[in-house]
Design a protein around this ligand. Structure first.
Ligand SMILES: Cc1cc2nc3c(=O)[nH]c(=O)nc-3n(C[C@H](O)[C@H](O)[C@H](O)COP(=O)(O)O)c2cc1C
Length: 306
């Protein structure tokens, strides 16, 4: 039994720990469940679910880069129906809050997907992935357009009373404007950040290393950017933040919380060290005990600027 109070609250979502697993990096929990104690996680965020199954992009879909990786999976997923039939029952075997991440190519699809999943009692919150092309607007990503993020938040809000988290894209100039519109339209929290656009070439074949050419950059390479985005939101908008981006160990968690995060998600680290979530929790507890921190939530936004 821990002497440190790990409980956190994110826009009405009460969690026993601030450590969550990030969307797309642990699928629907099957593989990671062999390595970690699912019952001590703060929560698991599912791979993005869309209304219909998606095959995703052709390979090569992943490539390692200095201090990170590029991925262009193309939102491959099983779709709502299969998710309800096959994936939810597996997750129900554990005492772990499920945060359902939703992807879509139209506002209507976001709404329909949320509506169909809303009755599932094991889903404790929705995380909306707005880093998706808006087919009706010529493929412009929802997450790069302030108005679209506002509309998606507003329309999804209307069909669920569960905590609504919007996962923000870092590929914008002022991320705090996006956090503000989420708040104004009834969102409960934001996750920051999704991946940054990147690419890589093979110098011998002169071809892109990723078939899709561009991919999403993640891992330690993006940590300083993610921290700056979390800090910008914290200073400008009063909304709970889930920090994501290059978190590899307990020190990174503390840094994100000091910058303003109420909770964090582990992404790329799960590929390198699948037991990271358990290790980080243990190390965080030691840090809190030796620094006389009784409640981990005290860390949130505790930065000192002079
Ligand atoms: C292989 C891979 C697949 C991902 N798939 C999704 C996804 O389906 N939906 C989503 O919102 N984010 C997805 N992400 C983004 C992560 O959830 C996270 O925001 C990002 O990787 C930054 O965190 P990290 O540096 O700790 O990995 C994916 C990331 C990776 C590496």
């Amino acid at each position: 039994m821990s002497s440190v109070d790990f409980k956190v609250e994110i826009g009405g979502l009460k969690l026993r720990s601030p450590i969550l697993l990030a969307s797309g990096t642990v699928g629907y929990g099957h593989e990671i469940a062999e390595f970690i104690n699912m019952n001590s996680l703060g929560g698991i965020v599912t791979k993005s679910i869309s209304l219909k199954p998606r095959k995703g992009n052709p390979p090569q879909r992943i490539v390692e880069t200095p201090a990170g990786m590029l991925n262009a999976i193309g939102l491959a997923n099983v779709g709502v129906e299969e998710f309800i039939k096959e994936k939810i029952p597996f997750l129900k075997k554990y005492d772990v809050p499920v945060i359902c991440n939703i992807a879509a190519s139209s506002v209507e699809e976001y709404v329909e997907c949320t509506r169909l999943l809303d009755y599932e009692e094991s889903i404790k919150a929705f995380e909306i992935n707005v880093s998706c092309p808006n087919v009706k607007e010529g493929g412009l990503q929802f997450g790069n357009d302030l108005k679209s993020v506002g509309i998606v938040t507003n329309k999804v809000r209307a069909v669920t009373k569960k905590p609504l988290i919007i996962k923000l894209s870092p590929n914008v100039s002022n991320i705090s404007d996006f956090a503000q519109i989420v708040k104004d339209e009834g969102g409960d929290a934001v996750s920051a950040i999704n991946t940054l656009v990147g690419t890589a070439f093979n110098i011998f074949t002169r071809k892109p290393k990723i078939k899709n050419v561009n991919g999403g950059l993640s891992g330690p390479a993006i940590k300083p950017i993610a921290l700056a985005k979390v800090f910008e939101i914290k200073r400008k908008v009063e909304i709970p933040i889930i920090g994501i981006g290059g978190i590899m160990d307990w020190k990174d968690v503390v840094e994100f919380m000091i910058a303003g995060a109420s909770a964090i998600q582990l992404g790329t680290v799960n590929f390198i060290n699948p037991i990271a979530a358990d290790q980080i929790k243990k190390d965080l507890e030691e840090y809190c005990v030796s620094n006389k921190i009784q409640k981990i939530s005290e860390l949130t936004g505790s930065y000192i600027l002079e």
